[in-house]
Design a protein around this ligand. Structure first.
Ligand SMILES: *Cc1c(COP(=O)(O)O)cnc(C)c1O
Length: 346
């Protein structure tokens, strides 16, 4: 029988709510949010909007929903969006841009998973009857498949200026925007005004059990509320969930530095291992590395599993580790020890 999983490196979505977070959830004031009468949801939406200097917010069940609502509000059928080929909206949302919004996509193969005005300008379509209308750009910060890379504030400013001058809307998939802000040394008030809309996940690094917040102008969010309802995302006494988000905003942002430091520690350990072919930079909480041909991913993962450690494959020879709230320095040391001493190469 396999030992129980004690150290889960699969994703930052696996965290359990802490006791303090649960206590705040249990004592949340609630109301019917479809009637806008849940004070805790209203507080979370207002607070997040204020952090990013946007007019309004909308609490939704998932980051997929906040992204898909944003795409729907920004576009018309026969429009097109531009995003990096590795981005969540292209890879992991089932082609929702086509399903919900009837738009096309041009995924851009950027060298490092980060877009630039030069790359975007190459892909804007001329106005011809046979082309979709290039309408929307989606940037992901930090980039998930990109290995937790973050945009600098300067890079975001360049993209924003380019989109404004080209008549393109700009949506930020900020599932891990707080990781980017902590690592990049910039604040929400600097990022927010550069974007037309932002999706922020509470259930990733922030450690809440459920939810994402969509941000934009009051007019944008009024439209988004209708789309959320038609998608079945109008929730009733959702303040119980929003309370976890408020708790996370108070207590789980600065500590993201620990996650980043721990990902770097794992990276240093992997660099010492002869069965590791290459390790990407780990600027935030995501670490992607490749194994030498002699060791296949299934065997590597199985050996970790025998030590109670779980991780996931991220390509043929690729593995991803993600650090999060439910890990400690001791656990990271244990993983390093197993990586350096406990892996057999057949
Ligand atoms: C997790 C994630 C989302 C949203 O995911 P949900 O599971 O639907 O909340 C969106 N974008 C990125 C980059 C993500 O990592």
């Amino acid at each position: 029988m396999l030992p129980e999983i004690r150290i889960n490196l699969i994703s930052d979505t696996v965290t359990q709510p802490t006791e303090e977070m649960l206590a705040q959830m249990m004592s949340a004031k609630t109301g019917d949010d479809v009637f806008r009468e849940d004070p805790t949801v209203n507080e979370l939406e207002g607070r997040m909007a204020e952090i990013f200097n946007k007019e309004a917010g909308l609490f939704c069940p998932s980051g997929t929903m906040t992204n898909q609502i944003a795409i729907k509000v920004h576009t018309q059928p026969l429009d097109e969006m531009l995003c990096d080929v590795s981005s969540h909206v292209y890879q992991y949302e089932l082609g929702g841009y086509a399903f919900h919004s009837g738009i096309a996509v041009t995924p851009i193969h950027s060298p490092k998973g980060k877009l630039s005005p030069e790359m975007l300008s190459e892909h804007i379509r001329p106005a011809q009857d046979w082309f979709p209308n290039t309408r929307l750009v989606v940037v992901e910060n930090t980039g998930n498949r990109a290995g937790g890379l973050f945009y600098t504030l300067g890079e975001l400013k360049e993209i924003s200026a380019f989109c404004s001058s080209s008549g393109l809307s700009l949506h930020l998939d900020g599932a891990r925007i707080f990781n980017a802000m902590v690592a990049g040394g910039y604040g929400g008030k600097e990022v927010g005004p550069l974007m037309d809309s932002i999706s922020v996940c509470l259930s990733k690094g922030l450690g809440a059990p459920v939810g994402s917040v969509l941000l934009g102008t009051a007019e944008f969010i009024a439209r988004a509320r209708k789309i959320r309802k038609v998608m079945g995302g109008g929730m009733r006494q959702a303040g119980i969930l929003a309370a976890a988000g408020l708790y996370a905003l108070d207590h789980h942002i600065e500590r993201l530095r620990d996650d980043h430091r721990r990902a770097s520690k794992l990276r240093e350990s992997l660099l010492k291992c002869s069965y590791v072919h290459s390790v990407k930079d780990a600027p935030t909480n995501i670490l992607i590395f490749e194994l030498e041909e002699a060791l296949d991913t299934a065997s590597f993962l199985q050996q970790l599993r025998l030590h109670g450690i779980q991780a996931s494959a991220f390509g043929r020879q690729s593995i991803r580790f993600v650090t999060h709230l439910d890990l400690s320095d001791e656990m990271i040391e244990e993983v390093c020890h197993v990586l350096e001493n406990g892996i057999l190469v057949p």
